[in-house]
Structures are given as structure tokens and as C-alpha cells.
Design a protein around this ligand. Structure first.
Ligand SMILES: Nc1nc2c(ncn2[C@@H]2O[C@H](COP(=O)(O)OP(=O)(O)O)[C@@H](O)[C@H]2O)c(=O)[nH]1
Ligand SMILES: [Mg+2]
Ligand SMILES: [Zn+2]
Length: 367
């Protein structure tokens, strides 16, 4: 039993390493390449990499994170031996899928929560009032990742209204599998297990306290221990998840446990939005007006469907909100790009001017 990922040393094949990745390494490897593997954990400046029978710490430079391609948990990477930093992340293989949110903060940047995943479990606890807007928002990034969302309503043992809850979630999640689950009674744990075959990778998404880590403990048959009982006297012995960790399960499959994520900003997720609100996206696509806001325009397909009572009012409202969020982000990104371009043009111009007018600077003598 372990809460230390470094004690797990799965082989490369069971981590999802395949022949395509072999040829990718053949193309990317350089003299300094010393290893390959899958990132199990990212912390500030470092990654834990499962390299097949071993787990090593590799530096990942912050310069790379500034460009939005920071390595993430789930990435397949090469490890290089860097003169200054020692073992470091070299190249990251193209991601098949990536769960991405907008990084918290003012600057519009993506943050990859998990990559190369097959499913995203969008989780919410039944012991609290359902938050349908939160589920919809999380579904947008889950669909947009390219993986398949599944909704888990946890702690079904604590409530009697699970069936009603499922019915109300069904109305806002067309085409998504929805399961009421409990690690106490075991409800639907077998259904959950059926998602973990071979090297399939599943990311867990949801607030803190809803039972993500407890589910990992359950699925690992006691091999990992990511949560602890609160000791009454001192609260010590309690684990809360602070890193995004990739955990290979002994019975097959791989799970990525995440810390509770409160803020799920969208990142350029127009496709995810359309998948989450298909009934509205279809009408919007049929609307005959180009650049329509689908708000009040007479003759708009969305507006008329709404007046005919064909769309749930609150769904439409939320779709508009999320769409505005994405449009504002597009505008902000365009603005950033324009300003960066004019800065670099101005820079190039002043360098040219400098070459013409400035006297050659006296070289500073080295001591
Ligand atoms: N009743 C009940 N409690 C659960 C269940 N799953 C988790 N819990 C409890 O919920 C609390 C938070 O669980 P944890 O796994 O740490 O949540 P996380 O923050 O999402 O990882 C712990 O006290 C768990 O014992 C469940 O299925 N039923
Ligand atoms: Mg946890
Ligand atoms: Zn319209």
C-alpha cells in the first residue's frame, strides 16, 4: 500500500507506450536523449516520469510553460541529459487528447490538466445540491478534450433521491453515460471498472471532497492509498490531493486523479460547447443569418425555437453565457496577438534605426 507514486514502476507497454511512440522517439531523439516515458506527476519545475520499471524526476523548464506547451500529466516524453539541469524533459509527443482549462489569472493562457486520456469522469457528490451549470461547464472541457465524458454522481449511499438526480442530469447531458456511484455500497463500481481496460486512461474531474481519491483507492484494490481517515484528535494522517497524478491500476487501465478544481475557465472550447448543447448548436448552425447573436433577431432559428418552447430556457441562457465567454476570449487573444506583432515590428524598426544612427558602442571590457 502506498501514497508514493515513485514506488509504482509499471512497464512502458502498460502505460500506453506503443510502436507509434517508438518511431516518434526515433525521429526526435538526439545525442542527449537518455530515456523515454510517461509523465506521472508535474510539480513546479519538475516532472515525475515513469520510464518503464523505474520512476525518475526530470526538470521541466519554466520557459516552456510560458509558451503554453508545458508538459502535463499523461504526456509521453523523451528525457534528455541537460548540462545544467541534469535529467530534463526533452520532447513531448503530440497529444491525442488533452483536457484543458483556461489558467486562472488575467493573462489568457491554457493549462493542460491531463493528456492522452480516453475518458473524463465528470464527478459531483449527491450529498450536496446538484449544480447543473457546473456539470455543463465541465462537460464542455471534457468534450473539447477529444475524450469521452462520463458523469458520476457519487455518494449515492447517503441519499434517497439518486434516481431523480439522474433524471435531471439526463436532461442536460444528452448522449452521456450517467452513473450513481458509491464506494460504500459498491453501486456501479463494476460499471466504472469496465472503463479501465488495457491501457485506457481516465481523468477524474470535480470539486474537492466528492470522492475522487477514494474511488482511486477502491479501483486499485488497496495498492494505493490516496486518502486517509481523519484522526479525531489532530486531523493528521489525512491526505488531500494536491497534484495531478497518473496511477496505473493493478487490474489494468490508468487513472489520473486531480486536486479539486473549483474554477473551470474555458479555453477555446467552441467544439466542446457544441457537443454539450447539441440541440441548440444545431439550431444555431441552421440559422440563416451570418454573425447572428441568436438573442432577439426576428427570424433567427434559435429565437423562434425558444418562442415555440422547444429549448429549455435555462439551457439556452447558459449556452449564451458560455458562448460569450469564448467570444470574449477570442477577442482578447486577437488583441494580444495584434499587440505582440506591433511590438515586434516596432522592435525590428528601432533595431534598424539603431544600426543606421547609433555610434558603435564601446565594447565593455571583460575582466
Ligand atoms: N458516504 C460516502 N462517502 C464517500 C464516498 N466516497 C468518498 N467519500 C468520503 O468523502 C470524503 C472525500 O473523499 P476524497 O476521496 O478525499 O475526495 P476528493 O477530494 O474528491 O479526492 C472522504 O471523507 C470520503 O470518505 C462514498 O461513496 N460514500
Ligand atoms: Mg483527492
Ligand atoms: Zn440566429
Amino acid at each position: 500500500m502506498t501514497d508514493d507514486l515513485r514506488l509504482l514502476t509499471p512497464d512502458l507497454a502498460s502505460l500506453g507506450w506503443d510502436a507509434d511512440l517508438d518511431s516518434w522517439v526515433d525521429e526526435e531523439a538526439s545525442d542527449s536523449t537518455i530515456d523515454r516515458g510517461r509523465i506521472a506527476r508535474t510539480t513546479r519545475g519538475f516532472c515525475l516520469v515513469f520510464t518503464g520499471g523505474d520512476a525518475i524526476m526530470a526538470a521541466s523548464s519554466s520557459v516552456r510553460s510560458a509558451t503554453g506547451v508545458a508538459p502535463s500529466t499523461g504526456d509521453f516524453v523523451t528525457v534528455i541529459d541537460d548540462e545544467e539541469d541534469g535529467p530534463s524533459i526533452g520532447r513531448t509527443a503530440p497529444r491525442k487528447t488533452a483536457l484543458i482549462r483556461r489558467a486562472p489569472g488575467r493573462v489568457p493562457e491554457p493549462q493542460v490538466l491531463a493528456s492522452n486520456i480516453d475518458d473524463v469522469f465528470v464527478m459531483q457528490g449527491l450529498d450536496r445540491p446538484l449544480n447543473l451549470r457546473r456539470i455543463e461547464r465541465q462537460l464542455v472541457i471534457a468534450w473539447d478534450s477529444g475524450a469521452k465524458p462520463v458523469i458520476l454522481l457519487t455518494k449515492s449511499d447517503e441519499v434517497t433521491h439518486a434516481a431523480e438526480a439522474i433524471a435531471s442530469v439526463q436532461r442536460i447531458a444528452p448522449g452521456v453515460e450517467i452513473l450513481a456511484t458509491s464506494t460504500v455500497t459498491g453501486e456501479n463500481i463494476d460499471r466504472i471498472r469496465s472503463h479501465f481496460t488495457g491501457t485506457r486512461t481516465v481523468a477524474l474531474l470535480g470539486l474537492s471532497g466528492i470522492g475522487k481519491s477514494t474511488l482511486v483507492n477502491e479501483l486499485s484494490d488497496g495498492v494505493v492509498q490516496r486518502t486517509g481517515e481523519v484522526r479525531a484528535a489532530d486531523r493528521r494522517g489525512r491526505h488531500t490531493t494536491v497534484t495531478r497524478d497518473l496511477i496505473p491500476l493493478p487490474s489494468g487501465g490508468i487513472v489520473i486523479d486531480t486536486p479539486g478544481i473549483r474554477e473551470v475557465g474555458l479555453w477555446q472550447a467552441h467544439q466542446g460547447l457544441a457537443r454539450t448543447f447539441p440541440e441548440i448548436a444545431e439550431l444555431a448552425a441552421e440559422c440563416r443569418f451570418a454573425d447572428c447573436d441568436h438573442q432577439a433577431e426576428p427570424g433567427c432559428r434559435v429565437v423562434s425555437a425558444r418562442m415555440d418552447g422547444l429549448i429549455l430556457e435555462r439551457r439556452l441562457e447558459h449556452w449564451h453565457d458560455l458562448r460569450s465567454e469564448l467570444q470574449a476570449q477570442d477577442a482578447q487573444l486577437e488583441d494580444f496577438a495584434r499587440r505582440a506583432e506591433s511590438r515586434s515590428r516596432a522592435g525590428a524598426q528601432s533595431r534598424r534605426d539603431g544600426e543606421r544612427t547609433k555610434k558603435p558602442r564601446k565594447r565593455r571590457t571583460k575582466r
